[in-house]
Write a protein that binds this ligand. Structure first.
Ligand SMILES: [Zn+2]
Length: 294
């Protein structure tokens, strides 16, 4: 059953509190919106902490962002939400925040697009980075427009993250998933790097979407799609083609996620100068001691 406007106002208050409590926003950052009907949007007010909103603070606008009712004004970032609603008739709610780990990836220019977590592949597919755009200008909706048709979650370069969903909670949970994915990726990288899922396994996981009734906005890219318009019409997932094993050490993936191979067809191993020097030193020591130190 569709939720009433009163319930939606309370939902936004609750989700704002969660964004703030989790540290996904600081100060007055972030914004949330939901479709009220075919012509109206309910959204968070500007200049208020998302942790301390009340239902009466919300603003009702039309699809062009013109205020219909509310004592306060909508955020200037509402433009980005409106672009999403225009391009994604299926999107009923939008959440924007600055979760620190995911935003760290966005600042480093690293997309969350490796085939690492089965659940993420089944649901979001991959999380690309929308180009940097000045917040609150028309640049930002344009940057988001490029990827939003094929993705429910985006990183915004040097800014934050954006998620869309079939309702407010659905959009909010995707924000949690993105931050959780970023946290796990960071830990794995600290511990020496991710082991990634093979391409075959990724396609097997994609097959589970229909089984679990997950409605993704686009399929995972095939190899051919990746080279043409990948990311805009399909979801780029970095997963190597392998024979047999379903988990692969992420030592040498090219830009499209395929294992790099040398001219002889051997997988390439990359070492830093320091690692190479240590290996040589070790070998010299082993030879010097007669190789009998077990
Ligand atoms: Zn923002």
């Amino acid at each position: 059953m569709a939720r009433s406007e009163t319930q939606l106002r309370e939902d936004i208050v609750e989700l704002g509190r969660r964004l703030w409590a989790r540290g996904f926003v600081a100060s007055n950052d972030g914004n949330i919106s939901v479709r009220l009907d075919a012509d109206r949007i309910l959204t968070t007010p500007t200049s208020v902490s998302k942790g301390f909103m009340t239902p009466d603070m919300m603003v009702v606008t039309d699809l062009a962002g013109r205020k219909i009712s509310g004592e306060r004004n909508a955020s200037s970032e509402l433009k980005m939400h409106l672009a999403v609603y225009e391009l994604r008739p299926d999107a009923k709610a939008v959440v924007h925040s600055h979760p620190p780990l995911a935003t760290g990836f966005a600042v480093a220019g690293i997309a969350l697009d490796k085939a690492v977590l089965a659940e993420v592949i089944c649901t979001l597919g991959s999380i690309p980075i929308a180009d940097y755009a000045t917040p609150s200008t028309a640049e930002l909706p344009a940057a988001v427009a490029k990827y939003i048709k094929a993705h429910d979650g985006l990183l915004l370069a040097n800014h934050g993250a954006l998620t869309v969903g079939s309702d407010l909670y659905n959009a909010y949970y995707k924000m949690e998933t993105i931050e959780h994915f970023a946290q796990i990726s960071l830990v794995a990288r600290t511990l020496g790097g991710e082991r990634v899922l093979s391409r075959d396994e990724v396609h097997r996981l994609q097959g589970l979407r229909s089984m679990y009734g997950i409605t993704a906005p686009a399929p995972i890219c095939t190899d051919a799609q990746e080279t043409t318009g990948g990311g805009e019409t399909c979801q780029v997932v970095q997963a190597p083609v392998t024979a047999g094993s379903r988990l692969v050490a992420d030592t040498g993936l090219d830009g499209a996620g395929r294992a790099r191979t040398s001219a002889t067809g051997e997988a390439e191993i990359r070492l830093t100068y320091r690692q190479l020097a240590a290996l040589i030193e070790d070998a010299v020591r082993t030879v010097g001691s007669g190789g009998s130190d077990g």
